[in-house]
Design a protein around this ligand. Structure first.
Ligand code: ADP
Ligand code: MG
Ligand code: MG
Ligand code: MG
Length: 394
């Protein structure tokens, strides 16, 4: 059975996944392999296939035509697999060392076959276990600057940029972000999910009109500002890390949006670790936050000076204004991420994993207060050091 000749989608099994990588000669026909489905099972299958003789591993990720959320089943476009595969390849042109190698893709089957990164750990898991990941912020700062600059109007001919914006129009996945990050947490919506002890704090958010006004402005930026090809879901669960390596996976939410969104999601997820850690381990995460911004802005600044095709790039003051807009967006989006991961549909283990209920509720209240402050103060703050000082005091 030639799987790739099938014109119609069918969900793979461990057997057909193996057949597929053998037909494609990614693993030799004669190899003895093991295959395991290792995904977390809400949206996609992730098959890990290993050649027992050579130890070579291959990952087959397949989109499922639905998402299982709160016991219900939502239909969800298979096109996201093509978006993910093409975003991995596009970003890989600029940061080949920071994304997995893509061996093959198939649009009908909604699959990406890629490098096995099992020698690394998902950064969220490692960070919760107290890892320092010395390369994390430098690598992500570099990833952000290079992928975002290179796909923006600063680097591309306007025809090329607009063709990419069309290719990566990703309305269904964007709708998930628009609802779950920007809208639902700021209303008494049934997707929200929080412990009764948080009700007072949450009602405080819903009654805070200043906050909701700023959230509305951030949502408008997200839906209207097609600046660069975003990853779209750059939380610490989309990053593999070790002492020496960093790899970004899972860009199925990729689309053309505001540059600060990817940075804000990443920094927001680091803030959870600032909230839950103590002492020297907290300092390490604060340093990562500062360094992410510093590496991002210095690499972007160099690219701007050397490679920008934008005639206005040399106009005095323009670069500063451009960076200030990214900075304030970053803080606002980080704030939205802090709030939605605390009271919205999709939580983080950094907080939910705290066993002691008093400590957990207290950490969640801090996350809500910090998120609120970042959203409200984002235009007053002008330097990352101010953010670090603020985070240390809270
Ligand atoms: P989803 O979109 O369903 O969240 P991910 O791409 O985040 O899927 O993958 C889910 C999990 O599968 C990851 O957390 C990781 O454990 C595993 N995984 C995904 N890609 C790879 C890879 N290239 N190498 C090793 N494991 C992977
Ligand atoms: Mg997942
Ligand atoms: Mg994921
Ligand atoms: Mg995903």
């Amino acid at each position: 059975m030639a799987i790739l000749e099938k014109q119609k989608y069918e969900a793979l099994t461990e057997e057909t996944a193996v057949q597929l990588v053998k037909e494609l000669n990614i693993i030799p026909e004669s190899a003895q392999v093991t295959c395991q489905e290792i995904g977390d099972g809400n949206l996609n299958y992730v098959f890990k296939i290993r050649d027992e003789e050579t130890g070579k591993g291959v990952i087959v990720k397949q989109a499922l035509p639905y998402a299982k959320v709160v016991g219900e089943s939502w239909p969800l476009t298979l096109k996201r697999a093509t978006i993910e595969a093409n975003a991995l390849k596009k970003h890989g042109e600029f940061v080949p060392n920071l994304v997995p190698k893509v061996y093959a893709t198939d649009e009908n089957l909604a699959i990406t076959i890629m490098e096995d990164l099992s020698h690394l750990t998902i950064a969220r898991t490692g960070l919760i276990n107290g890892e320092a990941y010395p390369k994390l912020s430098g690598d992500i700062g570099e990833y952000l600057a290079r992928t975002l600059f290179s796909t923006s109007d600063l680097a591309l001919h306007p025809f090329e940029k607009k063709a990419l914006a069309v290719e990566f129009s990703n309305p269904e996945l964007c709708k998930i972000t628009e609802d779950l990050i920007f809208t639902d947490p700021f209303f008494d919506h049934d997707t929200n999910d929080f412990e009764p002890e948080l009700r007072g704090a949450v009602e405080g958010l819903w009654e805070n009109n200043q906050l909701r006004l700023e959230a509305a402005k951030l949502k408008k930026s997200f839906v209207t500002e097609a600046e660069a090809l975003l990853h779209g879901d750059l939380h610490s669960g989309s990053i593999f890390a070790s002492e020496t390596e960093t790899k970004v996976i899972d860009p199925e939410f990729a689309f053309y949006g505001p540059i600060g969104f990817d940075i804000g999601l990443f920094l927001g997820n680091l803030v959870f670790q600032v909230i839950v850690r103590e002492g020297e381990k907290k300092t390490i995460v604060l340093d990562h936050i500062e360094n992410t911004w510093n590496v991002f802005s210095s690499v972007l600044s160099q690219l701007w000076e050397k490679e920008s095709v934008e005639p206005f790039a040399k106009v005095p003051g323009y670069k500063e204004a451009y960076f200030q807009k990214i900075f304030s967006d970053t803080l606002g989006f980080a704030g939205c991420e802090l709030i939605r991961r605390t009271i919205g549909l999709s939580h983080v283990k950094d907080l939910d994993g705290i066993e002691d209920s008093e400590q957990r509720i207290s950490a969640k209240k801090t996350a809500l207060a910090t998120g609120t402050a970042l959203i409200l103060k984002r235009n007053e703050m002008t330097a990352i050091e101010e953010v670090i000082t603020f985070l240390k005091e809270n």
